[in-house]
Design a protein around this ligand. Sequence first.
Ligand code: FES
Length: 111
Amino acid sequence: MKTKDVMSWKRAIPSASLPPGTKQSVKVSDEKLLIGRSADGLLFAVENLCTHDDGPLAEGELDGRELVCPRHGARFDIKTGAALCLPATAPLTAFPIRENEDGWIEVNLEE
Ligand code: FES
């Protein structure tokens, strides 16, 4: 059980590379993710393409705890991935994320 837990978490980005109010596109195990930290410190990891028409979310704005798609302006909750306004109606896939004492941020792609 413990071994599976350790294997499920993957290193994504050094903590120092993600100060508050920033986000970065990161590839983890062939999955293209958008990983970020809101200005008030909430970590998040979501798929990097908008569910409306594949807009590149990494190029959009991080507005508080919402991601804004640069293509048509849909907004998503950073933690749950929920679509908050049109034209997107489907949620983003959101992944568990944690920050370790070893200075790395990890994501879990299997939960
Ligand atoms: S592609 Fe994101 S709102 Fe249209």
